[in-house]
Design a protein around this ligand. Structure first.
Ligand code: GTP
Length: 366
């Protein structure tokens, strides 16, 4: 490890697995480091950076926090970081390298559909390699989703199709994406253990163990990690220099290319849409969204709701069929009180989604 290089932690993992929650915990707890953050989202609206900025404002109550968040968050254009390494990621890294005297650590959150390998390979480009190293690739895995067989059921479907027709050019499955995100891991964090049923933990552990080398540690965590300063600091000092061994990592995606198969990235099979509304009835929005989560193939929904008479904005989060809502900060005078939701899934009909959610909108007399 070269001590003069800026360490970068790459946080990867499927949609809604808990990457932003981890980053928010690091930004809140790991004071004393000047941290630059690079965020990449699949949806057309960047919700995560707004959440992280919300966190920074919360933390900024008087004490002279050295964490330079308001300035230090870099949003990459929407899409997938693994496809835009050269156009999007390298220019940002060059900016960070130019500012290297002001930066102690870089946190990178990939989109939930990205493969970490191409991004980490970019650390071997001469202009980056000289000044930065990958401290660790942390793969975040949604424990309850794995335990519920979300990834397994998908591959079962694909394998059933394959058996039916050997020549079938199948879509990349969720399991391949999970495999590829895990194959690159220096550390695995299984999240949401508070939601695991007895016995689930062993099943998830076995699944992870089958996909990572014995030397890769797996930690089971829940939201209490967000308050555990010592552990979060330890996560930012692993010293794996992942770029030095990334080329040797085998994954489905490269194999498909090597076989010459026409094979799209997983995210080519996903759609995303943004729903924009005015003020909404909070309960009605929750009910309408819940009905959509049950009827449509929606993996992730997130955004903000403006509720009449409420000075704070409400964060809306949905992963699979589970929804969560909380107020994170006051609406600012310079922003419109608007409801905005990003929805990611397969085969989405954005007009139908909009119509269903617009039912929750409060009619305003103009
Ligand atoms: N119960 C529980 N919920 C969690 C935990 N960690 C994260 N969540 C919730 O899971 C949802 C998704 O978390 P995020 O941190 O936004 O996930 P993400 O991986 O950043 O999501 P994308 O960026 O959209 O891929 C949020 O509603 C979180 O509050 C946990 O340990 N337990």
């Amino acid at each position: 490890m070269n001590l003069n290089k800026i360490p970068a932690t790459v946080v990867t993992g499927f949609l809604g697995s808990g990457k932003t929650t981890l980053l928010a915990g690091m930004l809140r707890q790991v004071t004393g480091k000047r941290i630059a953050v690079i965020i990449n989202e699949f949806g057309e609206q960047d919700i995560d950076s707004s959440l992280l900025r919300g966190c920074a404002l919360d933390c900024d109550d008087g004490d002279d926090s050295p964490v330079e968040v308001e300035d230090g968050i870099y949003e990459l254009a929407n899409g997938c970081i693994c496809c835009t390494v050269e156009e999007e990621f390298l220019p940002v890294m060059k900016q960070l390298v130019a500012r290297r005297d002001d930066i102690d650590h870089i946190l990178i959150e990939t989109s939930g559909l990205a493969l970490p390998k191409p991004l980490v390979q970019a650390f071997n480009w001469p202009e980056v390699r000289q000044h930065c190293t990958v401290d660790a690739i942390i793969t975040v895995v949604d424990g309850p989703a794995v335990a519920a067989g979300r990834y397994a059921s998908d591959i079962d479907k694909v394998e059933a199709q394959r058996r039916a027709d050997d020549s079938l050019d199948h879509d990349p499955s969720l399991r391949e994406l999970l495999d590829d995100q895990l194959s690159a891991a220096d550390l695995v964090l299984v999240t949401k253990t508070d939601l695991l049923a007895p016995g689930d933990r062993e099943r998830v552990e076995a699944l992870v163990r089958a996909r990572v080398p014995a030397s890769v540690k797996t930690l089971f965590i829940d939201q209490s990690l967000a308050g555990d300063k010592a552990q979060l600091e330890a996560l930012m000092g692993i010293g794996a220099a992942s770029e030095s061994h990334i080329d040797a990592i085998d994954n489905h995606h490269d194999r498909h290319h090597a076989e010459g198969a026409h094979h799209d990235h997983a995210h080519d099979n996903f759609d995303s849409c943004v729903i924009r509304l005015g003020e909404v009835d909070g309960e009605a929005l929750t009910a309408r969204l819940q009905a959509l989560l049950q009827r449509h193939e929606i993996y992730r929904a997130k955004g903000f709701a403006a509720l009449p008479g409420k000075p704070m904005r409400r964060v809306i989060q949905a992963v699979g069929e589970r929804q969560e809502g909380y107020f994170d900060r006051l609406w600012r005078a310079d922003e419109a009180r608007q409801t905005q939701l990003v929805i990611i899934g397969k085969g989405l009909d954005s007009a139908a989604l909009h119509a269903a959610l617009a039912d929750a909108e409060i009619a305003t007399a103009r």
